[in-house]
Ligand binder design. Structure first.
Ligand code: M6R
Length: 613
């Protein structure tokens, strides 16, 4: 949720930290703060609101020399959990002595008990946060060795943490540790950067170390010494990021969301390239690590995820049943571990997560492993916790997704799920020719998406008609039902229009009562099985005065006549059609939100990576 940056090296730490926070701002953006070593003293600046406000605050309050001489510091951008997004609740938090500063991602679950204990010893707290309690606990444990104090404190906490700690008494080092909340360490030339995700590091170095849970590192400008919480040294490999710094820039677009929507022909190309075998009519997904026999013997596929990833999973459910001839079901990751799921060794549990850090999805992975299921993941972020804990799966290769509203990750998730279904289906039911045909349909996805993107301006014009509505419905059938859910999620999260996705047949079982003259109904009416029934459902809505925006197949005049407005997508395989259809809805939502003047990349109350339950 929140973002952490730490820096120790030769450069001006405040500048590096603020630039790093900017790159992490998509993770949380309701307040921010930084602490730097200025000589032997800690200097702290905090501000509610965005990183720009923090920068202004630091420049207003700090002497100019501090910016040039401070070369060590830690910083944080927050998504509030404990206490509102005020200056006092912003990180870093200090211990009782004021000598130790801490930034923290995650949640200290036993903070109330720890706070009461510390208060009984005379500690006074300024904020409502769990993080300040940890800062005081570290101070309480500190007998002159910060590393040992952090170990001792972390032994006492329950919950999750990714932390960076700085002490005025030990200015040449930063201590960082993780449990359940990611920490990446960038190993530069005479400088070391700590961050909660690699986008804050990529401008400095490609060489990174991912901490594992319960790792704690002593970081200096020249070294990274990693141990466990019992002070036993551990070895972690240095990995190459393989990320281009420009991937985290807007590249001339007004918003990351628009850039990422337009990147989709490329991101889909990267997700698909080299993974289709046009000789054997199958897909090559080595990361699945499954034998043909295991796939042929599969009893069931259970897909878990949250939000947009859950919607991709719902498309996957249709794909596995239809193409791979295997029972499939989707479960909300947040429910999975609490409902005592029935999964075993012949069940494949597929965890879908762009970030690879979503707490509920991670918990579902752990539960599925406990039950002995065959677990794999579809993640975008390489080296993320879910990717590492599942140990097998398929990376999306969508490139960094910065916009809080997920777009290119969704389409790559669907493309990868189709390839998985093809692979499993080829072993269970498809002939070579059938497999080949589907492989070609999947291969065409980037071109299909490019054709939708060509209509950007037209979609913007259509969007203008829907800007002043406060409610909207999205309907679809079959694999277009999850597309309706995703379309509604996209519109509501960035435009704040109340939007609901329904199965087209469900509308008349209740929600139709809400339709009045002019209520927008966005209908997924592509020419796939079930289209005629969707057209019937559209007539039911029109009869009640709804304004219909249809997503239809190019050249389908019959469908076009039922609509007030329509966006055409190219004719293709019914499951493949979910991808261009959703891209049309992404653009529609984007333009509605833009015309309403919304903060598209950082919508109200949201954060990119949801690492709390
Ligand atoms: O990183 P994940 O895919 O696990 O994230 C899941 C959801 O939090 C995410 O898709 C969320 O719903 C987005 N805001 C949707 O645009």
């Amino acid at each position: 949720m929140c973002g952490i940056v730490g820096y120790i090296g030769k450069a001006q730490a405040p500048k590096v930290l603020i630039n790093g926070l900017r790159r992490l701002e998509y993770r949380g953006y309701d307040s921010a703060g930084l602490a730097v070593m200025d000589g032997n003293q800690l200097a702290v600046a905090k501000a509610p609101g965005k990183v720009a406000a923090l920068k202004d605050r630091a420049h207003a309050e700090w002497p100019e020399e501090r910016f040039s001489r401070a070369s060590t510091g830690i910083a944080h951008t927050r998504w509030a959990t404990h206490g509102p997004p005020t200056e006092v609740n912003a990180h870093p938090h200090l211990d009782q002595s004021g000598d130790i500063a801490l930034v923290h991602n995650g949640i200290i679950e036993n903070y109330r008990a720890l706070r009461a204990r510390l208060e009984s010893k005379g500690h006074q707290f300024l904020s409502e946060t769990d993080t300040e309690v940890l800062a005081h606990l570290i101070g309480e444990c500190n007998k002159g060795d910060l590393f040992q104090a952090v170990c001792d404190a972390l032994h006492q906490v329950e919950g999750t943490f990714g932390i960076a700690v700085l002490s005025a008494r030990e200015p040449g080092r930063i201590i960082t540790a993780r449990r359940g909340s990611p920490i990446v360490i960038g190993v530069g030339d005479g400088e070391t950067i700590i961050a909660s995700d690699a986008s804050a590091i990529v401008a400095h170095t490609q060489r990174v170390i991912y901490l594992d849970d319960n790792d704690i590192a002593i970081v200096t400008a020249e070294s990274v010494d990693i141990r466990d919480l019992n002070n036993v040294p551990v070895t972690r490999e240095i990995a190459e990021l393989g990320m281009d710094a420009s991937a985290a820039e807007k590249g001339g677009y007004d918003h990351f969301m628009l850039k990422e929507i337009h990147e989709q022909p490329d991101s889909l190309g990267n997700a698909i390239r080299g993974r289709l075998d046009l000789n054997l009519g199958t897909s090559v997904l080595a990361g699945m690590g499954t034998s043909a026999r295991e796939l042929a013997d599969l009893n069931r596929v259970v897909i878990v995820g949250c939000g947009t990833s859950l919607h991709a999973g719902l498309v996957g459910e249709y794909a596995f049943e239809d193409l791979a001839d295997v029972n499939a079901e989707v479960q909300q990751a947040a429910e999975f571990r609490y409902r005592n799921p029935i999964v075993g060794s012949r069940d494949l549990v597929v965890a879908i997560s762009q970030s690879g850090e979503t707490a509920d999805t991670l918990a579902a992975v752990r539960e599925a492993k406990q039950k002995g299921a065959f677990v794999m993941s579809l993640c975008n972020v390489v080296g993320s916790t879910i990717a590492r804990e599942t140990g097998r799966g398929v990376y999306l290769h969508a490139g960094p997704e910065i916009s809080v509203a997920s777009t290119k990750a969704f389409t790559c998730q669907v493309a990868v799920l189709l390839m998985m279904a093809l692979k499993i289906g080829r072993g269970r039911r498809f002939s070579r020719d059938e497999g080949l045909k589907l492989a070609r349909d999947i291969e065409a996805i980037p071109t299909l998406v490019a054709k939708v993107l060509e209509q950007d301006e037209r979609i913007a014009t259509i969007a203008a008609t829907y800007v002043n509505n406060e409610h909207a419905f999205f309907i679809g059938r079959g694999p277009m039902y999850p597309v309706a859910l995703e379309g509604a999620l996209k519109l509501k999260e960035i435009s704040y229009i109340h939007a609901e996705g329904y199965h087209a047949a469900e509308l008349k079982h209740g929600p139709i009562a809400l339709l009045v003259e002019g209520t927008p109904v966005v209908a997924l009416a592509c020419d796939i099985p079930g289209k005629d029934k969707v057209l019937g459902n559209i007539e039911e809505c029109r009869a009640r005065g709804a304004r219909i925006l249809g997503i239809i197949t190019e050249g389908d005049h019959e469908a076009a006549e039922c609509m007030d407005d329509f966006i055409e997508v190219p004719a293709c395989h019914p499951l493949v059609a979910t991808v261009p259809a959703v891209v049309a809805l992404q653009l529609f939502s984007y333009h509605v939100a833009r015309l309403r003047g919304c903060e598209i990349d950082q919508p109200r109350n949201l954060a990119k990576s949801v690492t709390v339950e």
